[in-house]
Design a protein around this ligand. Structure first.
Ligand SMILES: O=C[C@H](O)COP(=O)(O)O
Length: 257
């Protein structure tokens, strides 16, 4: 059975105060969830320690990015080994904001995925098309190319069968991120099914890989999205900063499905 995951990406938001208020609430409200969902909080790296302390194992924790190296003279960078050492389980790789604002390439994504796996952490690999690409009918081919390139290091891994166990793919149409525009549940499902097909072509155990949807997921659209057969959870931005909204989204996962 695939892991069901709701991950909150705080992006460059948050504070010690927000960590205290939000994580305590999320921990107390989601600790009793019976729908099998794994709740993940991905704060700015400076707050990982606070969030881990407050989460007390009830909530998993991740970082938003790692460098392409494990240690050395790379001022400002953090590594997957450091994320592991700190107690994280997840690393976001290739978020569209990293790709667009910091010029991150598919090759860099593949290198980072390789390092994350070597550290024994789970990579949440983000893919998604721009509005222009969708309107010109290229959405599926663009996303397929990102999946193939970003996960190429998994195919080449010596123990690729076990490496796939630590891969999660997040489909986030760029035009839906932070805009209030969400892909319809049907369009999101179609893309998720397409991604699963690409993973199968790559030799991955596609039916076992969790695929998350991200892009303006809110309490009022989560139920429809999470009811789709190939949507195994969500990567939540803005709504993850509001404790009640984030908890509502975690609850919308249907029980026992
Ligand atoms: O990582 C999260 C996504 O970029 C979605 O952000 P959003 O929910 O604010 O649209």
């Amino acid at each position: 059975m695939r892991r069901r995951i709701v991950a909150g990406n705080w992006k460059m938001n948050g504070s010690k105060d927000l960590s205290e208020k939000l994580v305590g609430y999320v921990r107390s409200e989601t600790g009793s969830l019976d729908n099998g969902v794994e709740v993940v909080i991905i704060p700015p790296a400076l707050y990982v320690g606070d969030v881990l302390r407050l989460a007390q194992d009830a909530v998993s924790v991740g970082v938003q990015n790692v460098g392409q190296w494990q240690a050395g003279a790379y001022t400002g960078e953090i590594s997957s080994e450091m994320a592991k050492d700190a107690g994280c389980r997840y690393v976001l790789v290739g978020h569209s904001e990293r790709r667009q604002l910091f010029g991150e390439t598919d090759e860099q994504v593949a290198e980072k995925v390789s390092l994350v796996l070597a550290s024994g952490l789970t990579a949440i690999v983000c893919v998604g098309e721009t509005l222009e690409e969708r309107e010109s009918g290229q959405a599926e081919s663009v996303v397929a190319a990102q999946v193939r390139a970003g996960l190429s290091s998994v195919v080449r891994a010596a123990s690729s069968a076990s490496a796939w166990k630590n891969i999660v793919v997040a489909y986030e149409p760029v035009w839906a991120i932070g805009t209030g525009k969400t892909a319809t549940a049907e369009d999101a499902q179609a893309m998720h099914a397409s991604i699963r097909g690409v993973l199968k072509d790559m030799g991955a155990p596609a039916e076992e890989i969790s695929l998350l949807y991200g892009g303006s997921v809110k309490a009022d659209n989560a139920a429809a999205l999470f009811s789709e057969p190939d949507i195994d959870g969500g990567l939540i931005g803005g709504a993850s900063l509001v404790a009640e909204d984030f908890v509502s989204i975690c609850r919308y996962f249907p029980a026992g499905a």
